[in-house]
Each structure stands twice: as structure tokens, then as C-alpha cells.
Design a protein around this ligand. Structure first.
Ligand SMILES: O=C(O)CCC(=O)C(=O)O
Length: 183
């Protein structure tokens, strides 16, 4: 979580500048948080089906967008994203804990509209808070890395922070401080 908190200079670089422009056009107006996910070779761990809104605290304005940028070629076999077409306009399904802090809801590759979205490095897909999505485990010998930038309005970000929701930023800052203290 939060690569840009570890390396603030990322915020001024082309990916963040470009993604912010796209996010402003689509819905949000500020970066809520960013993530780097590396599905390591042969790691075989799927990301369970979920809607991001299943993680959220209650907010009066739920408009948000995530921009998922492929850093490696993503394929069905190394765990490219799957989205359910049209689900961004549906209600939020019940979610349950799925282990390791993740959550999941009832959905499968057989859901009508479920579509894998393989991407080349540098290509991106955007999803909203209600979009059903998932990825298979990586069963190949190469990495599947992605940089994910999440946006919503700055007023809603402040409301989240007021309720203690910072997507791991405070943990991250503690880790950085401890790492610096122990060398
Ligand atoms: O990269 C993945 O496999 C999952 C990403 C995800 O769930 C998200 O961006 O909301």
C-alpha cells in the first residue's frame, strides 16, 4: 500500500499526473490512495470476487474510480483482472472476510458479463466502487505487477480520514519509521 507515501516524488511523475487528469474527467478529483500489487511467479493466489465499496466506510457521495495500470503483460494465466460488465450500476452485494484482510462476495467467472481484461504494459482499465472484479492466481513463471491509483472527491477523502480510514497509510508510516530506526 501507498508507494507514493514512501516515494512522494511519484506524485509529480507522468503516471500520477495522467491518471489524475483521467480521474477528474471520469468522477473523482483527488487521489485517495495508491497500491502496487505483484502477483509473483507461480504464487497461485487469486484476488477474490468483490466490489471495492464493500471495503468502504459510509459516505454520502460514493463516486470513485480506480485506474489499474499494467506494469507487466497481464494474461488470464498470470492473473489479469476480470470485470463484470454493467456491474458498476448495481447495488453492493453482501461481503464476508476472505482471509489476509481481503473480503469477497458471491460471484464467479460464470456470472453474466464476467470478462477477463488482458493488458499490455502501460495499458490501463478503470473501475468504479460497485464494479464486480477479481483475478486468478498467477500460474506462470513471470510476474504480474500492477500500479493501482484510486480517486474520489477530496471532501469524501477527508470524511474517510475523519472516520479513521486511511487505507493503511498510518501503518505504512510506522513501518517506514521503524525501518529507519533499525537501519
Ligand atoms: O490486482 C488485482 O489482482 C486486484 C486489484 C483490485 O482488487 C483492485 O484494484 O481493486
Amino acid at each position: 500500500m501507498w508507494p507514493s507515501a514512501l516515494h512522494p516524488e511519484l506524485g509529480d511523475m507522468p503516471l500520477h499526473q495522467w491518471a489524475l487528469k483521467v480521474a477528474r474527467e471520469l468522477v473523482g478529483d483527488d487521489m485517495d490512495f495508491d497500491m502496487l500489487i505483484d502477483k509473483a511467479p507461480q504464487s497461485g493466489t487469486p484476488t477474490p470476487w468483490h466490489q471495492d465499496a464493500g471495503y468502504w466506510v459510509d459516505l454520502p457521495d460514493t463516486r470513485a474510480v480506480s485506474i489499474w495500470v499494467a506494469l507487466d503483460t497481464s494474461t488470464v494465466d498470470n492473473g489479469c483482472m476480470w470485470y463484470v460488465q454493467g456491474s458498476h450500476k448495481t447495488s453492493i452485494r453482501p461481503h464476508r472476510p476472505a482471509g489476509g484482510g481481503a473480503i469477497e462476495c458471491d460471484c464467479s467467472e460464470d456470472e453474466p458479463g464476467a470478462t477477463p481484461v488482458p493488458l499490455n504494459p502501460g495499458e490501463a482499465a478503470a473501475h468504479g466502487g460497485a464494479t464486480l472484479h477479481y483475478s486468478r492466481g498467477n500460474t506462470t513463471d513471470s510476474h504480474r505487477r500492477a500500479y493501482i491509483l484510486n480517486y474520489r472527491s477530496s471532501v469524501m477523502i477527508q470524511l474517510e480520514r475523519d472516520q479513521g480510514m486511511d487505507h493503511g497509510l498510518s501503518n505504512n508510516e510506522r513501518t517506514v519509521r521503524n525501518t529507519a530506526a533499525t537501519g
